[in-house]
Design a protein around this ligand. Structure first.
Ligand code: SF4
Length: 666
């Protein structure tokens, strides 16, 4: 039978499916905030398949209804070992709300893209329900929400400092980071009869305890949650310690007092070996959504169904990014054979038309990279191997990646293999000290541009101001200029008309309105009409978020200016759209206020033409006063730049919290 319709090929999601497998009960039941897509990019499928490969019976309850009589939490009965809860692939608050805290109207991880299939903070909501129903069964949390909320953290959506999620969700333990090895270890120990309360030594777990840390142990004792609430500088210092320790090859255990108890965080495991990561990717995924969705579109799946992820981890250390806090700084790379096996699987899919949409990873071109001297890496405390300057110990040789591109290109079923993930051009352009490697890296960039771009190459300079870029831990904009020259040259030589699409962020800590005005002038001069732009969203556990909350840089202790007010943020954002007539009036007024006639001339060299009526979106004074807190947004989650948000007024969405009778109030 076609794997899209054969339920027996999937982990069971109903009592009936369990019965057909002849199970009286499952060993482990996973509750997930995402739809169940049996694909290695979806966390619940990965954890389920890994446990299954170790002989456990695993069932999944995707997107349980938390607002009715809770039948979804009862329907599969009680597992023999434990319940697992996860919010899904994204932090639920990023999934639900825009950077301006407006409610999104869709959810890419739900069948039909429908909004409302998960609560805010699902890990908290699911674990509270499970503990109410089954107080004696262990509940173990995992996924991005647990990873990024494992210690006290700033929560942008409630605008408050929250304690570790363990203090708010009654789970027995959480697993942070990529959880395959940890979850198997926990299952094995629970299966051997150990009590979850006695398991305190498993790497990449955290739990609440009444025991205090041993002062002789060498463990790190962070400032308490309560002290951090009183003194923001302590929160900033905590963050620095947590980031350093989490990015070390062999980190130390950490403790944080919270509410009269201690959160104990065991260190992260070293990155997976190629054999370990291959074993996870080579499991018998069908690569399709479960038949229960009857072929409905799941937008996030549609994006990745013809793509292949080649590695995990990122050593870029961008200040606003959470990847290293979740996946680690060190790169775990799959073997070439495992990658090619998956590419072959993709080519056999019914709807494959010859195009691999992405040969990528968290950063497309970090595959196979590590330090030349691993002993040095083992002692290293740098959160980034690229900032402030590329580390001389980093082996940035792109030949392994080129080999894979070539092998995929040689497959007769593949017409083109694109690179859709973000490329760190600075990594490929960084002089390695070895002429052969430098030549390979130049060839990599040429191959990338000539053969692996689907018409538009997305790159992320993020800003044009070097001061802002320094806060972001990104390289100088000068490198983007050089990369663009190369891009244009290769396109010209190959007779291609491809576009370079740069990503930029406004309102990032360190960025002032004038920096955005300069960004507009500089990108205009480069002939860009920007599309891929974003307001900074302070997600938990990033340097940028800590600066946003504390007002100081965690590493220097120095104050950093940050736009916090919606008016300031809109004033910054408007510069992205200098070319739109409806934005012009506000920009002109702002530049006059900033006394920057030079920028006014740069943006509108022919003089200021007749000004269009200001739009609500562009006029911070107008918008700010009466805007409701949650409003609908466009498909990208941004306020409609042409004017009113869609869905306002009659029939507009209410804030999720008002609809969710079980919404968590951490
Ligand atoms: S020594 Fe260099 S290459 Fe190794 S982890 Fe540190 S910064 Fe990265």
């Amino acid at each position: 039978m076609d794997p899209r319709y054969d339920k027996s090929l999937y982990l069971p999601t109903t009592r009936e499916e369990m019965d057909r497998l002849g199970w009286d009960r499952a060993d482990i039941i996973l509750f997930s905030g995402d739809a169940y897509v049996d694909h290695p990019s979806f966390g619940a499928a990965v954890i389920g398949r890994v446990l299954q490969a170790h002989g456990y019976r695993v069932a999944i309850v995707p997107q349980p209804n938390w607002r009715d009589d809770l039948r979804d939490f009862r329907k599969l009965g009680v597992p023999r070992l434990f319940f697992g809860v996860s919010p899904g692939a994204m932090d639920s608050m990023v999934n639900h709300y825009t950077a301006n805290r407006r409610l999104r109207h869709d959810d890419a991880y739900t069948a039909g893209g429908r909004h409302g299939a998960r609560p805010d903070y699902p890990s908290v909501v699911y674990s509270r329900i499970l503990k109410e129903l089954y107080p004696d069964v262990p509940v173990i949390g995992g996924g991005i929400e647990c990873s990024l909320r494992r210690v006290s953290h700033y929560d942008y959506w409630s605008d408050s400092l929250r304690p570790s999620i363990l203090a708010e969700a009654p789970m027995d333990m959480l697993i942070y980071g990529m959880g395959e090895r940890t979850v198997v270890e926990l299952a094995r120990r629970l299966d051997a009869g150990e009590n979850i309360k006695d398991i305190t030594d498993v790497a990449q777990t955290a739990f609440l305890t009444d025991s205090a840390p041993d002062p002789q142990s060498g463990d790190i004792v962070l400032a308490s949650y309560e002290d951090c609430r009183r003194d923001k500088s302590l929160q900033a210092r905590n963050f620095r310690d947590v980031e350093i320790e989490s990015n070390r090859m062999h980190g130390r255990r950490m403790w944080q007092a919270t509410g009269g108890r201690y959160v104990c965080i065991n260190p992260m495991l070293p990155q997976m070996t190629p054999e370990e990561i291959d074993a996870s990717f080579d499991l018998p995924y069908t690569r399709y959504p479960h038949p229960r969705y009857k072929g409905k579109t799941i937008p996030a799946y549609d994006m990745i169904r013809h793509s292949v992820n080649m590695h995990r981890g990122c050593f870029g250390g961008c200040a606003f990014c959470t990847i290293s806090a979740h996946q680690g700084k060190f790169i775990a790379s799959r073997s070439k054979d495992s990658i090619l096996r998956e590419v072959r699987q993709v080519t056999q899919m019914d709807d494959f038309k010859g195009y691999i949409s992405d040969l990528g990873g968290p950063s497309a071109n970090m595959y196979g990279m590590k330090g030349r001297d691993t002993e040095r890496c083992a002692r290293c405390v740098r959160p980034s191997c690229l900032h402030p300057k590329p580390c001389p110990n980093l082996d940035n040789d792109h030949s392994r990646l080129l080999e894979i591109y070539k092998a995929v290109d040689a497959m007769p079923e593949v017409k083109k293999a694109f690179v859709g993930s973000g490329v760190r051009y600075d990594l490929a352009m960084a002089p390695s000290g070895n002429p052969r490697t430098d030549a390979v890296n130049r060839e990599y960039l040429r191959q990338l541009i000539a053969r692996h771009v689907s018409g538009r190459l997305k790159v992320a300079p993020e800003h044009t101001s070097d001061e802002v870029l320094d806060v972001m831990r990104k390289p100088s904009f000068e490198l983007f200029h050089r990369f663009k020259q190369l891009f244009d040259k290769v396109n010209q030589r190959e007779g291609l008309r491809q576009q370079l699409i740069p990503y930029f962020i406004s309102s990032h800590p360190g960025c002032r309105e004038e920096d955005m005005a300069e960004l507009a002038a500089i990108t205009k001069n480069l002939d860009f009409h920007l599309e891929q732009v974003q307001d900074f969203t302070p997600t938990p556990m990033t340097v940028s978020t800590e600066i946003y909350y504390t007002g100081i840089h965690p590493y220097t202790g120095k104050p950093v200016y940050t736009a916090r007010d919606e008016r300031e943020k809109l004033a910054q954002r408007q510069y992205f759209f200098w070319y739109k007539p409806e934005a012009r009036r506000d920009i002109v007024n702002s530049l006059r206020r900033l006394h920057r006639p030079d920028l006014l001339k740069a943006l509108y060299p022919g003089g200021v033409p007749a000004l269009a009526e200001p739009s609500r979106s562009y006029n911070p004074n107008f918008r700010h006063a009466d805007a409701p807190r949650h409003r609908r947004t466009d498909a990208d989650g941004n306020a409609d730049p042409r004017g009113r948000d869609k869905g306002e007024g009659k029939g507009a969405a209410r804030p999720t919290g008002k609809r969710n009778d079980r919404k968590s109030k951490p």
